[in-house]
Write a protein that binds this ligand. Structure first.
Ligand code: NAD
Ligand code: LMR
Length: 331
């Protein structure tokens, strides 16, 4: 295939502005021509005319047809990739209330993904890949996948940003470059309960946990730093992370478009099939690999220590409680 149709929601938002140009820059999808459909809510959709102008003015030889709409069903038709960014972030005032808690996001954003999931199931490419970025990303993706009901479509929620954050902290600690770190797995939820796995993370086939050899640092510095980084960025910028989130979304797409090199894996949440004793159907952060045919699988041969298992279980419990909170949105 030398053309690919990519649909992006929340296109007029912060992440959208950093993400969209890089989808058509000839890097993310290689030499494919990218047909782009940008989606926004009716109140702001017309602003996307400006982004269309900028894309046209940016000299992108790989830019195909570019459209914008507030009609998601129309946008979804034959979509190969869906980047579902559109939703309300933490840190803003919404209907007079400052949104600080994930439970607020669950109430506001969950419903969006029923409609979008149905449309993707009905009109999207049967082999489409869908990356949910909008928070709470894991549970939104579970809602969307459930509404779509098409098993050949691959629904993912983004934990790549957490994995990149963890790599940055570990690169600093060990004096290596971020690219030296392999198997940086984020188990569980994209939330402060996530478990960034330092024991399975490797530099030159050596466990980074063994290299660091300081469980006190792991427990009291490394884990909280990665788990709370989203909030730290919100506190510092007054807005949630955008350019790093866009980069992580692009890195996830690249990881899903190219076979994973032997021995490595990448991080995203995918529906559990019972692997690692995670209840089936939960959209959980796992180590993933992309096979030669483009399908995405859970890497199943990793060992979790008792320390890791206890931390991971906390996040699984949180995912179960989120599923309980949105059960009215599941069919
Ligand atoms: P933003 O407020 O700048 O932009 C969101 C955009 O989505 C807005 O333009 C809004 O109009 C649009 N939108 C809302 N509902 C929509 C719908 N139904 N269809 C289409 N568009 C819709 O927010 P942002 O900073 O770009 O963040 C977007 C989301 O990404 C937030 O939920 C944020 O928490 C999340 N996020 C996730 C990660 C992650 O690692 N998973 C990282 C950063 C941010
Ligand atoms: C992040 O991790 O930066 C985002 O998910 C924003 C948030 O609410 O934490």
């Amino acid at each position: 295939m030398n053309r690919i149709k990519v649909v992006v929601t929340g296109a007029a938002g912060q992440i959208g502005y950093s993400l969209i140009p890089r989808l058509v820059d000839g890097h993310t999808f290689g030499d494919k021509i990218v047909d782009l459909t940008m989606v926004e809510i009716p109140q702001v959709v017309d602003k996307l005319e400006g982004l269309v102008m900028e894309l046209e003015d940016s000299y992108f030889p790989n830019l195909g047809e570019v459209k914008y709409t507030s009609n998601f069903e129309e946008a979804a038709k034959d979509g190969d990739w869906f980047l579902l960014v559109g939703s309300i972030p933490r840190g803003i005032v919404y209907e007079g209330k400052k949104i600080e808690e994930r439970s607020d996001l669950l109430k506001i954003n969950g419903g969006i993904f029923v409609e979008q999931g149905q449309a993707i199931g009905e009109f999207g490419n049967p082999n489409a890949k869908i990356l949910v970025v909008g928070n709470p990303a894991n549970t939104n993706a579970m809602i969307g996948k459930n509404a779509a009901g098409v098993d050949t479509q691959t629904w993912l929620a983004m934990t790549m940003l957490d994995s990149s954050r963890a790599k940055s902290v570990l690169a600093n600690k060990t004096g290596h470059n971020v690219s030296d770190i392999k198997n940086m797995i984020i188990w569980g939820n994209h939330s402060p309960t996530m478990y960034p796995d330092i024991e399975n993370a490797m530099i030159d086939d050596k466990s980074i946990s063994t290299m660091v050899n300081d469980m006190d640092w792991v427990e009291n510095t490394f884990l909280p730093k990665v788990q709370q980084r989203g909030k730290a960025v919100i506190d510092a910028r007054g807005a949630s992370s955008a350019t790093s989130a866009a980069k992580a979304a692009l890195d996830t797409v690249i990881a899903c478009e190219n076979p994973t090199e032997g021995g490595n894996c990448f991080s995203a949440a995918i529906a559990s099939d019972g692997s690692y004793d995670v209840p089936e159907g939960l959209m959980c952060g796992f180590p993933l690999i992309c096979l030669n045919d483009g399908s995405i699988e859970i890497k199943r041969d990793l060992v979790l220590s008792e320390f890791a298992r206890n931390k991971f279980n906390i996040s699984i419990k949180e995912l179960e409680s989120e599923r309980e909170a949105v059960k009215h949105l599941l069919k």
